[in-house]
Design a protein around this ligand. Sequence first.
Ligand SMILES: Nc1ncnc2c1ncn2[C@@H]1O[C@H](COP(=O)(O)OP(=O)(O)OP(=O)(O)O)[C@@H](O)[C@H]1O
Length: 450
Amino acid sequence: MSTDSLISLDNVSKCYRRYDRPGDRLKEIFWKQASQAQEFWALRDISLRVQRGETLGIIGRNGSGKSTLLQIIAGTLAPTSGILKVQGRIAALLELGSGFNIEFTGRENVYFNGQVLGLKPVEIEEKFAEITAFADIGDFIDQPVKTYSSGMMVRLAFAVATSVEPDILIVDEALAVGDIHFQAKCFKRMRNMMDRGITVLFVSHDTSTMTGLCDRCLWLKHGQIAMEGKPKDVTQAYRQEVWEDQGFLAATSMTSKVALDQESSSEFEGDVAQSSAIPIHQITESERIGNGDIQIIDFQLLDARGRFRQDIDHDELVTAEYTLKANRNVAVYDIGLIVKDLKGNEVFSILDLQPQNYPVLNPGQVIQAKVTLCFPLRAGAYYMTLGVIGYQDNQRYDLQRVIIYDHLEYGYFFNVNLYSKRVIHGPVHFEVKFTVNLLEAACSESLVSP
Ligand SMILES: Nc1ncnc2c1ncn2[C@@H]1O[C@H](COP(=O)(O)OP(=O)(O)OP(=O)(O)O)[C@@H](O)[C@H]1O
């Protein structure tokens, strides 16, 4: 294994034994010759190197062998044949609740898991408050894990696995069963870990996640590597195949080729595509930074009739209303917002740099600022990062000298609904109109008689 590849697999295969009847497995234990098992090769001859600091995405259809591969690399499943070498500490989030003893409390499991991940009790003690703050499951931390919902289990498992500084983080996105606020927090933490050079292996069905997060992508098909390379190329080929199989595209169609050249994922919008409702998250105190000279004390989205909205129709004009409180004299300040998808990818941002009419603020003063905007986005859940900034010596336009008064990473979660019969690609969607004109009539003999 080269010094910089943390993971190396040579011709790794995994064969499961499948039985028609549960009793057949038992029979085999006592009488090998009577084996009724059928062999099933979930992985065949996988050879792979993953370098230190690399983020490898694994994509593939249900049953293609993704979880099997991750479990083998994590060391929780033995390969049937082949050579596997892994260097460094692994933190894995694979099967729900794996690694937890459900009879024990969350607190006991944090200590137990922390030790499995290589932490000393005193180190776990130091990290305990941070782990519970991230998991945010309140008093449940002292309840047996068997009383947890699946979402709570994932919260705690993710908090523990990412609290250690592993060399390799392995995450199955299918586990992202928490609410959207928690998912966004998880993606942010994963990005931070990637920035710190931690090697990440990540399974997802979502091609935009692959292109957004990963350096390299692996496509598994029937237990074999169908393709490996740049996320954009691999996800494009993968989508092409999925779409062809589903009959959405003709393989040779020019339009499909043009469409698939787009970087982000594509979805077939059926008769009515509507994102599901999300729980209300108004201003969250977590992830708040800034010196507090001005604070955002409330924020809402209102529609044209002044109704509070969190489910917004595509392209609908809404007003974002900030309520700001000054805690000091402030003469120059700007208000901004960034719209992000749940993976933390920035969709667009606005910073108002020419506010002629913003009043000078005195301590205790409360003002309301409004921004009118619309969201020509594809259907889905998004959040807004909200901010108020100032400048050293009040030198507006000098972005090098920005002072952050307040910054709320998860300021406001909302849904965009889109009703469309079209096949839509990419993060934005504009109104378009297709028209077809008949230029030449068909020859009379080729006309189909009514
Ligand atoms: N313990 C097992 N015994 C027998 N077959 C198994 C076992 N575990 C997995 N398989 C089979 O191996 C194949 C690969 O499964 P795996 O869970 O690795 O796929 P996957 O790509 O992760 O699927 P998904 O996207 O649905 O999670 C599947 O056909 C599955 O039915």
